[in-house]
Design a protein around this ligand. Structure first.
Ligand code: ATP
Ligand code: MG
Length: 262
């Protein structure tokens, strides 16, 4: 077996005197999407921040694509190769795009951070805009001209134009209307199978996680309480917390997203 893209072992994160992650472990194999689900405050975004290098582990091992993230040190973490290889798609499509840059400039900067050369990257910019369901000539427009769903498509294009080894998606649909959520999830599901993306897909919504994941990790108060394939976890949840989440979620399992409250 090949080594996993992400290997997390006994990860602990403490902020001051508050422990937020209590020794969590998970793997993400190459080409697979692992969904991370749990209620608010369970530590999902903290995990995301560790994986992108914004938060240092207090203990444990975090290896991403062969890089020991816990021992990187801030200077090296901020350097360009690691930052580029691991890309975060942010939650809020309104604050995550620079209002003063055209979509083309934003994508050029992602593709080519040192020169941010729009003209030189135009073919890729056009290709990615079309791939996420927008139009090539939208490259010359500014973010305020787009809806939330369109901005999230731009954020996905900005992530993927870098050819990341690992994508972290943290609540990327929670700011959107339900009907738009479904479109963005469909898009991501398509692109994921086409490109064999390796992804950590975070959401508090079980239905949303089920839609795009191969494996699921269920978190509660900084602990992994259950992990397995989508079929295992949704078909026969073993932990009472998972069962509670499923019972509380009108959509899961075997439901349509339209019935899930935003
Ligand atoms: N920088 C910080 N300093 C202190 N406490 C923090 C910090 N960041 C997060 N926390 C705390 O850690 C816990 C987990 O937060 P985290 O944001 O990881 O949860 P989450 O699962 O992403 O929640 P949500 O679903 O609301 O996004 C929360 O209790 C939060 O208040
Ligand atoms: Mg969060």
């Amino acid at each position: 077996m090949s080594t996993p893209m992400v290997r997390v072992r006994d990860l602990e994160v403490t902020f001051g005197s508050v422990r937020v992650l209590h020794g969590m472990s998970m793997d993400v194999e190459r080409g697979e999407t692992v969904g991370v689900v749990g209620e608010s405050g369970s530590g999902k975004s903290t995990l995301a921040k560790v994986l992108v290098g914004m938060v240092q582990p207090s203990a444990g091992d975090v290896v991403v694509g062969g890089t020991d993230v816990g021992r990187l040190g801030r200077r090296r973490r901020d350097t360009f190769p690691y930052r580029r290889r691991v890309q975060l798609i942010p939650q809020d499509p309104y604050s995550s795009l620079s209002p003063r840059r055209t979509v083309g400039q934003t994508l050029a900067e992602a593709a080519d951070p040192l020169r941010a050369d729009v003209a030189g990257n135009l073919p890729a910019i056009h290709r990615w805009l079309e791939r996420v369901g927008l139009e090539a000539d939208m490259a010359s427009r500014f973010p305020h001209e787009f809806s939330g769903g369109q901005r999230q498509r731009i954020a996905i294009a900005r992530c993927l134009i870098t050819s990341p080894e690992l994508v972290i998606a943290d609540e990327i649909t929670s700011a959107l209307d339900v009907s738009v959520q479904a479109q963005i999830l469909d898009l991501l599901a398509d692109i994921r199978s086409e490109l064999h993306l390796t992804m950590v897909f975070i959401s508090h919504n079980l239905a949303v996680v089920q839609r795009v994941s191969d494996h699921v990790v269920v978190m509660n108060h900084g602990h992994v309480v259950e992990a397995g394939t989508v079929e295992q976890v949704y078909g026969g949840p073993r932990h009472p917390y998972t069962r509670r989440l499923l019972d509380a979620d009108p959509g899961a399992p075997g439901f349509s997203l339209q019935t899930v409250k935003p």
